[in-house]
Design a protein around this ligand. Structure first.
Ligand code: PLP
Length: 447
């Protein structure tokens, strides 16, 4: 946090170090106009202190509430870069990957393979081979076929004791949009507890001497704002664990997944990691008590809640168009990015907030629609928002909470180079993911 006099923190959902000085947004003391001049627009701006504070909050809350070390696996699909993974590793976090590419970034960051988990509902033989070769700490299997494939891979490598978790479908429905809820039965992830597929998977693993069952895994969805969904899923997992232990199959660990929700709009409340940890620890203890089992090792996998609020995107305003409608009119404010750097509004109907960032304005406000520069009428970032009436081309807009599933879901649609990611602390601002150039686009085009 900048200690400068006269600065006002912008508050939620803006990064913790975002302040206003004379109407201009600053991040960790750096004026937005300077950052935009130096790094261009659009850019993702990462508040490094906010990121680290969030990582620490999860690790501390879960360790304290469970009274032991809880594995906090950062779900790197939310945003992955070597710098971020290194910083999070230094805060005691581990890393979740779900593809060879994400694994490559984690290894390039110097993350200990033993601290990496590999997910995925369709891992290839090559991905499994690589994971076993480097010695990732856990492979979370997602189908019966994958168990046999993994056993083949282990045999080919002469590997033994390959650590395996089973991804369960617990039947608990939680989270925002249907496409990010992942524990109801009719979807592609996991092995169903209700149908017996999960138990079959565990028994299969127990029968294969090269594989070593380290735990059960549940991930119920994303952008979840109430802790009871996690607790309900935990009960299903713990009950299966108790049954298995009764049969002599040890299940040392339970991973309760990610999905901790954040604030996207002013007035929204994120799921406080302390509250989530408290509720989950209480639920796990009570359920183990009821079942007469020991309390397992526990791990979690937050992605969005670590990186989401710590970034904002800065855009430059271009064309402003007043469109006459049957009733009234609408102001279309175009920015120099759009669905290629933030697909979530179109994909999930996700809501964001924005504000004028480079100056103050005393003009009244007008209802606007912020749109991108792509050749789609659906290329809408924010459908309805009030912005100053004197907004003009060349102004800067910032959009809050774009750190998760923003840059990582970015595309080159319309051959637009993807934005860079700038890490900002009070002492420096530097690109940790370089902005793409036209040369980058052409480099892959081999004619
Ligand atoms: C996506 C995902 C996460 C992270 O979800 P967030 O909502 O970003 O916290 C964790 N675990 C698994 C298995 C996932 O697929």
């Amino acid at each position: 946090m900048s200690a400068q006099h006269g600065t006002n923190p912008l508050g939620s959902p803006w990064p913790a170090s975002a302040t206003l000085v004379g109407g201009e947004v600053r991040l960790a003391g750096h004026p937005i106009t300077k950052l935009a001049d130096r790094f261009g627009t659009p850019s993702f701006l990462l508040d490094v202190d906010d990121l680290l504070t969030r990582a620490r909050a999860f690790k501390t809350a879960f360790d304290e509430e469970f009274g032991r070390s809880v594995g906090v696996y950062y779900a790197s699909k939310a945003f992955s870069s070597t710098a971020v993974l290194r910083w999070l590793r230094d805060e005691g976090l581990k890393v979740d990957c779900s593809t060879a590419g994400e694994l490559a970034v984690a290894l390039a960051a110097g993350v200990d393979p033993a601290d990496i988990g590999l997910h995925g509902n369709n891992k290839s033989r090559a991905e499994l081979t690589w994971a076993v070769e480097v010695g990732v700490g856990r492979i979370i299997v997602d189908s019966l076929a994958e168990i046999d494939l993994l056993d083949e891979v282990a045999a080919a490598l002469g590997a033994s004791d390959v650590p395996v978790m089973v991804r369960l479908t617990t039947g608990v429905h939680a989270g925002g949009h249907e496409f990010i809820a992942t524990a109801h039965e009719d979807q592609k992830f996991g092995l169903s507890v209700a149908s017996g597929a999960a138990r079959q998977a565990v028994e299969r693993i127990a029968a294969l001497p090269r594989l070593h069952l380290v735990g059960l895994h549940s991930h119920i969805g994303s952008q979840i704002l109430a802790a009871d969904g996690f607790a309900n899923a935990a009960r299903v997992v713990l009950e299966l664990r108790a049954d298995l232990q009764g049969e002599g199959i040890a299940v040392p660990e339970v991973d309760l997944g990610g999905g901790y929700g954040i604030a996207y709009l002013p007035g929204e409340q994120e799921l406080d990691p302390r509250v989530a940890a408290e509720e989950l620890a209480a639920a796990v203890r009570a359920e183990c008590d009821r079942l007469g089992t020991d309390v397992p090792e526990v791990s979690i996998e937050p992605g969005r809640a670590i990186v989401g609020p710590a970034m904002m995107t800065v855009y430059e305003v271009g064309t402003i168009k007043h469109v006459q409608l049957d009733e009234g009119s609408r102001v279309y404010v175009s920015v120099d990015g759009g669905m290629s750097d933030n697909i979530r509004p179109i994909l999930y109907g996700a809501n964001y907030t924005a504000r004028l960032a480079n100056r103050s304005s005393t003009a009244g406000s007008m209802p606007c629609r912020i749109v991108g520069k792509h050749c789609e009428s659906g290329d809408i970032l924010i459908p309805d928002i009030d912005l100053p009436q004197d907004l003009r081309a060349g102004d800067l807009l910032v959009v809050a909470a774009t750190g998760a599933y923003g840059r990582s879901l970015a595309s080159n649609y319309n051959q637009i180079p993807r934005p860079g990611v700038v890490a900002v602390t009070s002492s420096e601002a530097r690109e940790i993911v370089r902005r793409e150039t036209i040369e980058d686009l052409l480099r892959l085009d081999v004619g």
